[in-house]
Design a protein around this ligand. Sequence first.
Ligand code: PMP
Length: 405
Amino acid sequence: LWQNVPLAPPDSIFKLTAAYKADTFDKKVNLGVGAYRDDDDKPWILPVVRKAEEILLNTPALDHEYLPITGLPEFTIAAAKLILGPDSSAIAEGRVTAVQTISGTGANHLGALFLSRFYQWSGDKKEVYLSDPTWANHPAIFNNVGIASLYYPYYDPKTIGLNFDGFLSSLESAPSGSVFLIHACAHNPTGVDPTRDQWDAIAKIMLDKGHYGFFDCAYQGFASGDLDNDAWAVRFFVDKGVNMLICQSFAKNAGLYGERVGALHVVSPNKEAAERVKSQLSVLQRSEISNPPSYGARIVTLILNDPALFDEWKRDISTMAGRIIDMRKELFKILTEELHTPGNWNHIVNQIGMFSFTGITPEQSKALTEKAHIYLTVNGRISMTGLNRHNIRYFATSLDAAVRG
Ligand code: PMP
């Protein structure tokens, strides 16, 4: 049996982590992982999460019964308000269907599955436009539900910034009613986001052409350190009336990676449509996972619904986002002022979020790993949280050496 099963390659990020772990060099650096690390390179349990866990532990009425199919209602309502805004008219009008999912990956999957079944595809082709580049899991998730991936230009290697014209012309030339996957903030892997003026132009074409916005929001709070600021584009598109859904993850901003806390929010034109959407999402969810997990959702529910805990969470987010911004500034300073590394490094401070596209070549990236024991993806993406005050100088000098060749 299974003679016909081809051996699949291991996931590249997890392979990178395994290689890092196996490396015995004392100055090794892991810049592959997409998870926050503190200044001592340790995973960080947010103090507000610890507090919420203590409250949960001391709530005797809590049991381990199943949650409803669409999740903990107090969680999904608060999660919708977090991304759409506390005064969102779409929520007030009952146009938002919020379903708890297995973190952001599950939200992407459920959203893709729903579109695959119910979106009014023109013709018999099911296709999604993804940014070039994008999170490696996106094409795989859509492929699993029979939706093929096309790519729109996003990143311009010449400017190490946004290929705005390419993005717009792709929106213009795609058939009306196309589905566009859009990173809500802190684009992965490039760390390059459109400006507000650029979002405005993107929204206009999306509306004109009746495109559908599949928003993926895995880093709310990580782009600017401010939750509302990072939700700006999503709220703007909802206000403009773009048809859309939003995939939301609490993995990064609450540090609840393994607890798998997330939600899918589908914004419909009216309440009746939202109810029909909810009924079908329930049917899909039932056959896929029956009921979402409760522990992480309870933690997030406490944090979102208690003003004091919510304020504390915002401070914890600023701690994480602030440390990343400090690392960007420090790296930029060492490269430009101390080492005078050839090339322009402005993008290190201009890009936002957890990741930065350094702009180095695959050869330089490989040289960093082979010669300096610095682990990063070959596309030159580095996770800024892997840098800290102990290793930043080592990284900068190694990068300088790799660039000089
Ligand atoms: N979307 C993007 C763009 C991501 O980078 C990630 C995390 N790497 C996710 C979704 C989902 O992650 P999770 O399932 O851990 O919430």
